[in-house]
Write a protein that binds this ligand. Structure first.
Ligand code: GTP
Ligand code: MG
Ligand code: ZN
Length: 356
């Protein structure tokens, strides 16, 4: 490893990336900590700084998966006097957590890159769902990362309920490690801490309200991330709206995520599913930042529908897509896996015939 890269190791840089690194002469290596449209927050051995994508890069790359996402390694040009670094290159990804964009396009929605472990979080209170868990696990393996299952809010269920959920997971043949914890009693927090190895990247995914941000705050020992109460039904409301790479005191790198359903909306916001940009425009006028546009007071989107500025049909499509988006992309991954399995079956069946 080049001497100037040794300090990057604590951010996850290693020989694998070193061998594939392709920086220009004026560039240095940095990791993407957050993305906000065309603005990037980068991390390197000197700390965090802001950067923009070079125009030449944008000119040559159009698919959303070709743009840097949280966890990516990039080559960036930064003079000490510059306010912004300029990103010229995106390095090859070792793993990718991604979803197929709606329709038959070749585009992917990137969730995170170069993640070592994806922690699939479900609450054992109302949220537990084995089929959904399996869909997450397929998505994780498809992107090359290792999965880990985490059941939260164990303080809210009887021990028998938790035991039967664990048995259900095992009976389904899930081989990934399974952890349980309560952010209230703190039971299980130490087990999770032991899992979070330094210089490895962990991405938390799962429905809204299961406690992802609360866990990371607990690990940080302070309220860095915004969290929110859930309704009496246990149904989540989306609180986290952006993905962010955070370095824990113990040296592990963690990425918080918005609840899965939010991805469809984020996609639209980023111009990936750009056909709803008008709705996103109205949404900025809603009273509540986390407005779902389904009946909240002061909702500017519904107001636009009622006044006729926004067509009811277009609004209905938006709501429908948003509801579907949670798992439609994952089921696409499952379908591909099924196709692969079927291909293998055909091959072996053919061999059997030849041998007869
Ligand atoms: N009883 C109980 N409540 C919890 C636990 N963990 C989190 N909560 C509560 O659940 C609510 C939602 O937690 P968040 O951390 O915001 O959930 P999230 O997964 O980050 O949600 P999004 O950001 O919307 O995806 C908050 O009110 C938390 O205080 C737990 O172990 N037990
Ligand atoms: Mg959150
Ligand atoms: Zn609204």
């Amino acid at each position: 490893m080049k001497s100037q890269h040794i300090d990057l190791a604590r951010l996850g840089w290693d020989e694998w990336f070193e061998e594939r690194e392709k920086c220009g002469p004026a560039d240095t290596v940095a990791r993407v900590a957050a993305v906000d449209r065309d603005l990037l927050l980068l991390m390197d051995q000197t700390g965090t700084f802001r950067a923009k994508l070079a125009g030449s890069y944008l000119y040559r790359h159009h698919l959303s998966q070709e743009l840097p996402c949280v966890g990516d390694w990039v080559g960036v040009e930064k003079q000490p006097t510059d306010d912004f670094g300029l990103v010229h290159t995106l390095f090859e990804r070792r793993t990718a957590l991604r979803r197929k964009s709606a329709g038959d396009s070749v585009e992917y929605q990137m969730i995170a890159a170069n993640v070592d472990y994806v922690i699939v979080v479900q609450s054992c209170h109302y949220d537990f769902n084995l089929k959904r868990l399996e869909r997450y696990l397929v998505m994780v393996r498809d992107g090359g990362a290792d999965p880990c299952v985490l059941l939260t809010k164990t303080d809210l269920v009887e021990p028998e309920v938790l035991a039967s959920q664990l048995a259900e997971i095992r009976a389904a043949g899930v081989t990934a490690p399974v952890l349980t914890l309560s952010n209230v009693t703190r039971e299980g927090i130490d087990d999770l801490k032991r899992t979070l190895l330094p210089a490895k990247t962990f991405c938390f995914v799962g429905s809204s309200g299961v406690g992802k941000s609360t866990i990371i705050n607990t690990l940080l020992g302070r309220e860095m991330l915004q969290t929110k109460g859930v309704s009496a039904t246990g149904e989540g409301r989306h609180t986290t709206v952006r993905r962010e790479l955070i370095v824990l005191e113990g040296g592990a790198l963690v990425i918080d995520n918005p609840g899965m359903r939010e991805f469809g909306i984020l996609g639209a916001e980023n111009g990936i599913g750009g056909s709803f940009s008008d709705i996103i425009g109205f949404a900025s006028g809603c009273r509540y930042m986390n407005c779902n546009h389904t009946g909240e007071p002061g909702c500017a989107v519904l107001e636009a529908v009622h006044s006729g500025t926004l067509s009811q049909e277009h609004y209905d499509n938006y709501i429908k897509l948003r509801e579907e988006s949670e798992f439609s992309q994952m089921s696409h991954v499952e379908k591909r896996k099924k196709d692969r399995d079927f291909g293998r079956y055909l091959k072996s069946a053919k061999k059997d015939l030849e041998n007869e």
